[in-house]
Design a protein around this ligand. Structure first.
Ligand code: CMC
Length: 378
């Protein structure tokens, strides 16, 4: 029998062949289908980027218009889904509400017609269209209000901010939010994408694929870190407290949220773009006291941990952007999911194209040949 070396966290083990995105962690380069993230952030929109990720090429203007129109037509959710969501406890985390609602879509649309490109396209459109509506609906419902119907005259991101705040957003805020979605749309073989591919490999329906990925994204070591960054900045409170806070974390061997990455050994290029967008928002809408604390943290962490390649990741500055857009802290990770659904669906489609069910092995380190002890003798 072949004996393989066990790598905790599958560190460095390829789990798939993929042409969707690539990361150079030493140069700080992220590309979607070969296009640099900086260029997409400057020139693209989230829906165009989603199309690129899922179908592999930038759309023509006709293809993009058709995709945008299909997504617009599927934004509403069935009253049974919203009635179900009204029964969710207000105290529940919005990521749990999203996971349950995404799975519930499968009750209505699951046919598992996976060889049919029309079924694939339909599922892609439905998930991209409905997930923002469900996130906004839960936010309003948990505050005792009815969900707001999507507005057909608003584009994808402006409509989401409208559904959340019940008023049409400022143009800069909507554009910056759209760029945030582009930045979070895809990132190679991270934990939630791996989870999506494992689920996809069983040939289950795409709603189950997305629900499993949402559950994986929620943890504090993955998408949940953006929420924890803000809680950390609040707890630190002043610039003077930064150094002692970091020294204390290092002494306790506690992780500093928003720093470090399995792949990047330099500052995450998305963190640089997010920091720049936070500054644009501060210029227009006023400063945020936590930004000074964040900058000081970046300086001190670089001084203490730069030699280990620990720098800000995507989650470090995204929370400051979302705060300025008036988004509640516990919606940061659901917003990450709104974006990442594009990447998960691209991986779902790619997995189906050359599927083999995931069935890795394990290194058994338990006992053998133990006899059963009757309960009265234990
Ligand atoms: N603070 C302090 N030390 C750190 C940190 C951190 N945030 N991240 C890594 N290290 C140290 C770690 O202590 C270890 O040191 P040593 O070799 O001396 O034991 C070394 O760097 C390697 O760390 P690791 O935990 O083995 O690295 P990993 O690749 O298993 O974990 C990570 C990557 C992102 C889970 C980790 O850096 C972390 O927990 N960061 C904080 C949580 C966070 O910001 N998560 C968001 C990740 S990016 C977006 C996303 O995936 O959603």
């Amino acid at each position: 029998m072949m004996v393989c070396e066990f790598k905790p966290g599958l560190d460095g083990i390829p789990a798939a062949q993929s042409s969707i995105s690539s990361v150079d962690g030493h140069l700080g380069i992220l590309e979607y289908r070969g296009i640099r993230i900086e260029e997409l952030a400057e020139k693209s929109t989230f829906l165009e980027t989603a199309y690129l990720l899922i179908w592999g090429e930038l759309p023509t203007s006709e293809e993009l218009a058709a995709f945008e129109s299909e997504v617009r037509n599927h934004r509403r959710i069935k009253y049974r889904i919203s009635d179900m969501m009204k029964c969710f406890p207000e105290s529940g985390h919005p990521m749990d509400a999203l996971q349950a609602s995404a799975a519930a879509l499968g009750l209505f649309y699951s046919r598992r017609d996976l060889n049919n490109p029309i079924y694939i396209r339909d599922a892609v459109v439905r998930l991209i269209a409905k997930i923002p509506t469900m996130v906004a609906a839960f936010q309003l419902m948990r505050n005792g209000n009815d969900a707001v119907r999507p507005r057909d005259d608003l584009d994808y991101s402006a409509n989401f901010l409208y559904m959340l705040n019940e008023q049409a957003p400022d143009a800069l805020a909507a554009r910056i939010f759209d760029i945030c979605l582009i930045l979070h749309a895809e990132h190679t073989m991270n934990a939630s994408t791996f989870s999506a591919r494992v689920t996809a490999s069983t040939l289950t329906d795409p709603y189950a694929v997305v629900a499993s990925a949402v559950g994986t994204l929620g943890g504090p070591l993955h998408g949940g870190a953006n929420e924890e960054v803000i809680q950390m900045l609040e707890a630190i409170g002043t610039v003077e407290n930064v150094r002692p806070f970091i020294e204390d974390c290092l002494e306790r061997k506690a992780k500093i949220m928003g720093f470090g990455h399995r792949v990047y050994k330099v500052k995450d290029p998305r963190a640089t773009i997010l920091q720049n967008m936070a500054e644009q928002l501060f210029d227009k809408f006023g400063p945020d006291k936590y930004y000074d604390i964040a900058q000081e943290m970046e300086r001190v962490v670089e001084e203490k941990l730069g030699h280990k390649g620990i720098y800000p990741n995507v989650d470090f500055y995204s929370g400051l952007v979302y705060r300025k857009l008036g988004i509640p802290t516990d919606l940061f990770t659901p917003i990450f999911a709104i974006a990442r659904v594009a990447g998960w669906l691209a991986h779902w489609k790619e997995q189906l194209e050359e599927n083999r069910i995931y069935r890795p092995t394990q290194v058994y380190n338990g006992k053998h040949s133990i006899s059963y002890t009757p309960i009265e003798k234990r």
